[in-house]
Design a protein around this ligand. Sequence first.
Ligand code: GLA
Length: 536
Amino acid sequence: MSAPRFTCRVVVVLAAAWLVSVSVASPASAAPGRARTVHTSYNGLALTPPMGYNDWSYYGCGVDQAVILSQARALVRTGLSALGYVTVTTDDCWMSETRGPSGELRADRTKFPRGMGYIGRRLHAMGLKFGIYEDAGTRTCGGLAGSWGRYRRTAEQFAHWGVDYVKLDGCHVPKIDGQSREQTYNQAYARFSRALQATGRQIVFSASAPADFRVGRQRLHVIAATSRIANLWRDGADIPHAQADGAEEWNGIAFNFGYNVGLGRYAGPGHWNDPDMLLVGDSSLTSVEMQSQMTLWSEMAAPLIISTDVTQASPAALRILANRRIIAVDQDRRGVQGHIVQSGSGYDVLTKPLADGDASVVLFDQAQTGATIDTTAATAGLPSSRRYELTDLVTGQRTQTMGRIAAGVYGHGTVIERVRPGAGVGLPSAAAVSIGRFAATRGEPESVTATVTDDGDASIAGGTLTLAVPAGWSVSPAVQTLPRVAAGGHATMRFSLVPGSPPAGGVVSELDATARYRSAGHAATQTGRVAIGSVG
Ligand code: GLA
């Protein structure tokens, strides 16, 4: 009797995106030019999304003078401040439990022995801006002295300390008879906003109220009201602390992305949706996930507020934060928040129109394993053109396409391309790599096809196509010669593989096919990905 056969079958569950049914979303709330709230900065500040540092997600109530000043020095030393990360905000727990004899807020002298005015002076001497946290209610979320009934006093004190940015939280706001909670919040934040303006100092106002109204109809009312009296406002949930586990952190990022992405109508120069801090740095995220948060936040014109220990940040994390091409998308002066133009099973395509007529297009794979995601310049809202220049904003690779935009994206990953209509002459053609559907049984040879399509108007002179398989699988030959492909044409290649052990249920792995080729005299690379799952 032969040994019992392994019966679990392994199949490709996500083939190339053109095999996946595609629904084109038209979120009225987010489409540029449609239903957007058009108003400028109420105080002339924050014409692009604020950038800087906040200690909260990394240090919580453990903040002190040494933490703030060492983080500030690290921003300068790493060059991040020169790229725009200039506002250093001391979050909750800098203050005492009670106000002083004349109603003044007092620093906790064990943590800030020289007071908060000293912090402001030191930050300014480093060329940075001074941000501070307070609460609109009777106490902060950490239970320390709040500002209820003392907005003028607080604003004057902050101006005196040289504060440039206030984050006003909304814990412990009392219930007022005859008023809805929404009315009380709106009134309180509007008063604080006026108090800041009355100081005559230019102070960016970051409001937290919308984060206290996450459900129901008031959700949008509060954002609309806040967008007239503040420069940015928190929405979604608190981003997890940097010490949380990777899954919790990723779920927090994915939740806030989903919450924030449809709110584009409220965003614009001087008034921004804030889906909370960046966890790029010393967190449990993978580098793919860190890159995704940076990419998605920039595409959504979100404030870029680092919350990590910058003194210990890895070179990979610093590279992600310092990517000028992606920062330029976030800081684009047109100030449109990117929105979803196409979605499918586990993936989204976003577009953000930019001031110079380009668009930034993001392919986002929310699933755990990778896929090739496929869209077009027309879907991304670009005008019709014979050719488009594509710049991959992470790798810097420049190619040209006649309209299709396709790339292999890692699970939890993003690809971000800047797309320029009417440009790209002399650049290599963009390629799309798709992997054909197959089903395989462990130990039984199977063949899989990979197709390279030339999306540009130059031919692909040839190169190689490499198939990477999960550990325990074998493939032969893993590297094949890619023949010449005419502009607009394609070449299909066949690989023999032997599947290894089955995944223990669910989608666990992926196949990647990478084309390395020459076109228009330049070298270029493109990868296609496909998830592998198990059935049976
Ligand atoms: C709230 C805010 C956080 C942080 C803490 C401080 O939870 O949403 O960002 O400021 O309070 O206590």
